[in-house]
Design a protein around this ligand. Sequence first.
Ligand SMILES: Nc1ncnc2c1ncn2[C@@H]1O[C@H](COP(=O)(O)OP(=O)(O)OP(=O)(O)O)[C@@H](O)[C@H]1O
Length: 243
Amino acid sequence: MVAPPDNDMVWGDSLHHAHQGSPALLGVTLGARAGEILGVTGPHGAGKTTLLRCLSGQLVPDAGEVWFDGAPVHSLAPGARERLRRDRFGWIGPVPRLVPELTARENAALPLLLAGAGHRAASRAAHEWLERLDVGDLAGARPQGLTQAQRQRVAIARALAVVPQVLFADEPTAPLHTADRVQVLRTLTTAARSHGITVLLATGDAEAAAAHADRVVNLLDGRTATAGLPALPAGPVAQDVTC
Ligand SMILES: Nc1ncnc2c1ncn2[C@@H]1O[C@H](COP(=O)(O)OP(=O)(O)OP(=O)(O)O)[C@@H](O)[C@H]1O
């Protein structure tokens, strides 16, 4: 077992994984430094989701190692991995999964309550994050009364409210209209930067990654095609971004 580079918060080394015999990762090595926003791009089927699931401890890779903050993740027992995910990691997928019986505010507050926050503090923090995501006025609505785009904003608020050490964002703006994607990605990355959250942002949109990430890794057919290219400076190009 080789320890990761000192300044990497998350590190995957020689990751291989197959889904029921179909290879998805064929030896990917990458690291994200503390507070870095790392874009992971590539076409459909490149392995982005599988990579994020391995790095976040949802999947144990068939081969290779995953490290978080200087400690191995791949060799943790399932319960310890579950606690790590709950206490340190956040996850945003392309489809919002909210608890239907709870309001938007209660959904956003849920991870804070699970982490031991008091009810009032959790509710206040959840509401603040909903406002940042422009759904504060919908705090009392239940998921079925929201559009898919609004539900996704609630899911993003929920993931940020707990201020995870690492946020895994897999196509986080997929359900949003093109015009809203830049604004939501900017809100997400600004919040992450101001709170020192490390972000792994998977997107099929190379322009979006270049506009919002500090560094971009490109996957192709389960392998790293180009790694560590500096992102383009955020600027006018961000206006045209889709993802
Ligand atoms: N649950 C699964 N069962 C079988 N094959 C899978 C499964 N999940 C992913 N795959 C396959 O693994 C490969 C990598 O898929 P993955 O979803 O990781 O890529 P991706 O880059 O995230 O693609 P997309 O942009 O379409 O989400 C693809 O060939 C895909 O078909």
